[in-house]
Ligand binder design. Structure first.
Ligand code: SF4
Ligand code: SF4
Length: 188
């Protein structure tokens, strides 16, 4: 299962509670990967010994940024917010398997949900609203697929209605596929 953030939605219906998991699917456009994002994302998730090249680059980067900071905070700020993360190659993260925790946890980070330039996040929010629309009582809880998956409970009709709502909210085929995978509809 892809490592990503998802919300577990519990709907209170007359006949009892039913639930689904709605995953966030990064389409790896790379838009969010500025140097500032990288620097605030926490430590690289790997040992120095096994990834000496990555850590050497990181050390060179911090030295370079130290010199820049000495020139003034404004210069430093405008630089780190305008250039891309040095580990981004094309639109792809070149250290994806060992990327920092903050990169892994997007959009469930202090500023992640406030991002305005992530189209996948826009779609995720629209899909979440679409699933909740019409229900008076919905409990929403966030998790990561790297933890054990929350079990879900729904009827075939409820599942089909969810898929229909997601499509109308602009979900891509990849997002529908991941939604199906994370909910594992046994009867379909
Ligand atoms: S902007 Fe959104 S979709 Fe693009 S790489 Fe960042 S998290 Fe993924
Ligand atoms: S480490 Fe990877 S995911 Fe994190 S900001 Fe850099 S390129 Fe993006």
């Amino acid at each position: 299962m892809l490592e990503t953030y998802y919300v577990h939605l519990e709907f209170q219906a007359k006949m009892g509670v039913w639930s689904v998991n709605l995953p966030f699917l990064c389409c790896r456009c790379g838009v969010c990967c500025t140097l500032d994002d990288f620097l605030t994302a926490g430590e690289i998730c790997a040992s120095r010994e096994a990834n000496s090249e990555v850590f050497d680059r990181f050390r060179a980067l911090t030295e370079e940024l130290g010199v820049l900071f000495e020139k003034g905070e404004d210069t430093y700020d405008s630089y780190v917010t305008s250039v891309k993360c040095p580990f981004q190659v094309g639109c792809i993260c070149s250290i994806y398997d060992i990327r920092p925790l903050g990169c892994r946890q997007f959009p469930n980070t202090p500023f992640g949900m406030l991002s305005t330039d992530c189209q996948a996040l826009d779609r995720f929010k629209r899909q979440c609203l679409a699933l909740k629309r019409g229900w008076l009582s919905v409990k929403e809880t966030g998790y990561f697929t790297s933890d054990s998956l929350k079990s879900t409970q729904f009827s075939e009709k409820q599942y089909i209605t969810c898929i229909d709502k997601l499509r109308r909210a602009g979900a891509t085929e990849d997002e529908i596929t991941l939604f199906s995978a994370i909910n594992k509809p046994a009867s379909l």
